[in-house]
Design a protein around this ligand. Structure first.
Ligand SMILES: CC(C)(COP(=O)(O)OP(=O)(O)OC[C@H]1O[C@@H](n2cnc3c(N)ncnc32)[C@H](O)[C@@H]1OP(=O)(O)O)[C@@H](O)C(=O)NCCC(=O)NCCS
Length: 189
């Protein structure tokens, strides 16, 4: 696996966005969307508490390693015109360091939905994964009912590789998931 630190890659800029590490000042902005039941609806966990938001930001304040299974890069997404306000986040998890496999996920404030921000931010993180971070395959798992997220994957050019049926419990509901993925060589071409 690459020795490059993912933190050293931030901030990442796109046409309209800045992706940077979270700071303690971002807790309220993050809580504003992570606390919403409609945002957590397909995340297979309850909405986050304010304390949960703060703890996961604080846990990464010392930097983000990127060498062992389970290492996580969590990036706050801000609009370039409003860099102090966090509108969402993209997370990249190193699922297998040996096989250079990473899982991507995204959560955005619904107040900023429908403007292409999640797709633009995710595209930048996939490029980061296949560039400096040396990832071979990026994949996403999402509930089949999460149509907005399906559309993000498809806009990114990810391939639907699997349809898992009743593979998890979301509370007392059986959840079915899609797996979407793209390889580095496909992304570059
Ligand atoms: C998944 C999620 C991030 C998708 O948000 P989104 O707003 O639909 O996605 P984007 O920000 O990429 O916006 C895309 C939409 O903006 C539209 N759009 C408008 N202006 C645009 C522009 N200038 N550029 C690009 N797209 C634009 C696109 O056409 C698209 O609309 P469509 O999906 O109806 O076709 C959001 O629903 C969310 O946070 N959900 C809760 C958390 C979650 O479930 N995460 C996934 C777990 S696997």
């Amino acid at each position: 696996m690459t020795a490059v630190s993912p933190c050293a890659q931030a901030p990442v800029t796109t046409e309209r966005l800045i992706l940077r590490l979270f700071t303690a000042d971002d807790v309220e902005d993050r809580y504003a969307y992570q606390a919403l039941p409609e945002v957590a609806r397909f995340l297979y966990r309850p909405p986050l508490t304010r304390e949960g938001c703060a703890e996961s930001i604080a846990a990464r304040a010392g930097g983000t390693p990127w060498s062992a299974d389970g290492d996580v890069l969590l990036l706050a997404v801000c609009r370039a015109e409003d860099p102090g306000v966090v509108i969402g986040e993209v997370v990249l998890t190193l699922v297998s360091a040996r096989a250079r496999q990473a899982e991507i996920g995204w959560v955005f404030n619904p107040g900023y939905a429908g403007r292409g921000y999640a797709t633009e931010a995710a595209r930048a993180v996939v490029s980061l994964a296949f560039g400096p971070l040396g990832v071979h395959r990026v994949f996403a798992r999402l509930d089949v009912l999460n149509t907005a997220s399906v559309r993000v994957c498809e806009r990114l050019g990810m391939r639907r590789e699997a349809h898992l049926v009743d593979n998890d419990l979301d509370g007392d509901r059986w959840g079915s998931e899609y797996v979407y993925a793209v390889l580095g060589r496909e992304w570059r071409s």
